[in-house]
Design a protein around this ligand. Structure first.
Ligand SMILES: Cc1ncc(COP(=O)(O)O)c(CN[C@H](C(=O)O)[C@H](C)O)c1O
Length: 339
């Protein structure tokens, strides 16, 4: 809870725990532009290893991690192919076009679930003097607008194997890949190795206040560091933030399973099919979302509005079991009253 509100709007809202704040305060720091911050250097090495890549770069947001990741695998005038509800193309303010001149095209998937064949069928080859070449395919795991769904490993494997034969790169928007791994049991390195570039968030379910990490080859991360500086993302004593991220990896990773349990409990209480809840999100459809949000807020429960008729509930570190029961009671009554 926050104050006395149960905040289910997003897992981006988690605040540092007292133990995390101590880690931040005690962090060993240096000037990261000179590569002299030992805490962020250690975090970058650790996350690269975790995801089976040569190198990694700490960035202030998932958006910067995604957009630099796309720029590493797609040149201006080439295109990124993705899901019609992909965060990298629908939520990041058109950054791929605005910042880097990347073209993009989307396919309407089955609720966010990746179909390798569907994407492969849309890829445009390099070398034809008439066609915008598809340089990269963006995948999102878990899928946000898909309600936190975990991508089928077989589809990820099929897409990546094919991409090796087609000269197409794969970028993973792994903002919630930690949730995907905890839910599926698939190791993080397995997910990491099925992408050329991957951006992973430490500031969502893991509970760090700021930060994502981009992983890729050493050559690509060197280029990413340059792009980050160009975007004004060169940071100085950033170990204060990296220490929070390292603390989150040490102490908050396994507990994501609790968020998943809470989401399933919330779904059950609300009459939403728990089978549709794979990680930390519950989607409630066919309700007047603005009215539900307003009425729930009046009773101390904050919810997300995905569309006029869809409410999103996200469980996280700052939501405990009592909060879930309280939110379920309020939302059952509010939705019942508005039905
Ligand atoms: C899949 C995915 N990839 C990237 C990002 C961007 O991360 P930030 O730039 O907010 O750190 C998000 C943030 N998601 C936020 C949320 O879910 O509340 C909002 C929608 O932007 C995301 O869900």
């Amino acid at each position: 809870t926050r104050g006395d509100a149960v905040d289910l709007r997003s897992d981006t809202l988690t605040r540092p725990t007292p133990a995390m704040r101590r880690a931040m305060a005690e962090a060993e720091v240096g000037d990261d532009v000179y590569r002299e911050d030992p805490t962020v250097n250690a975090l970058e090495e650790r996350v690269a290893e975790l995801f089976g890549h040569e190198a990694a770069l700490f960035v202030p947001s998932g958006t910067m991690g995604n957009q630099i990741g796309l720029r590493l695998v797609c040149e201006p005038g080439q295109e990124v192919l993705g899901d019609a509800d992909a965060h990298v193309l629908t939520y990041e303010m058109g950054a791929a076009a605005a910042l880097f001149g990347l073209s993009s095209r989307t396919v309407v998937s089955d609720g966010g679930r990746l179909s390798a064949d569907q994407l492969i069928a849309q890829v445009r080859p390099h070398g034809d003097w008439h066609l915008t070449a598809t340089a990269a395919i963006a995948v999102e795991n878990t899928h946000n607008r898909g309600g936190g769904l975990v991508q089928p490993l077989a589809e990820l494997e099929k897409l990546f194997a094919w991409s090796r034969t087609a000269g197409v790169n794969v970028h993973l928007d792994g903002a919630r890949v930690f949730n995907a791994s905890v839910a599926s049991g698939v190791p993080l390195a397995t997910y990491g190795r099925l992408a050329d570039t991957a951006s992973v968030c430490l500031s969502k379910g893991l509970g760090a206040p700021v930060g994502s990490v981009l992983v890729a080859s050493a050559e690509r991360i060197a280029a990413a560091r340059l792009w980050r500086k160009r975007l004004g993302g060169g940071m100085r004593q950033v170990g204060v933030l990296a220490a929070a991220a390292a603390h989150a990896l040490d102490h908050h990773l396994d507990r994501l399973a609790t968020d998943h349990e809470h989401a399933r409990l919330l779904a059950e209480r609300l009459g939403v099919d728990p089978a549709t809840v794979e990680t930390n999100m519950v989607v409630v459809d066919d309700v007047p979302a603005p009215a539900v949000a307003e009425a729930a807020r009046a009773q101390g429960v904050l919810v997300g509005q995905v569309s006029a008729r869809r409410v999103r509930l996200v469980t996280h570190l700052d939501v405990d079991r009592d909060d879930v029961e309280r939110a379920a009671k309020v939302l059952t009554q509010v939705i019942g009253d508005l039905a």
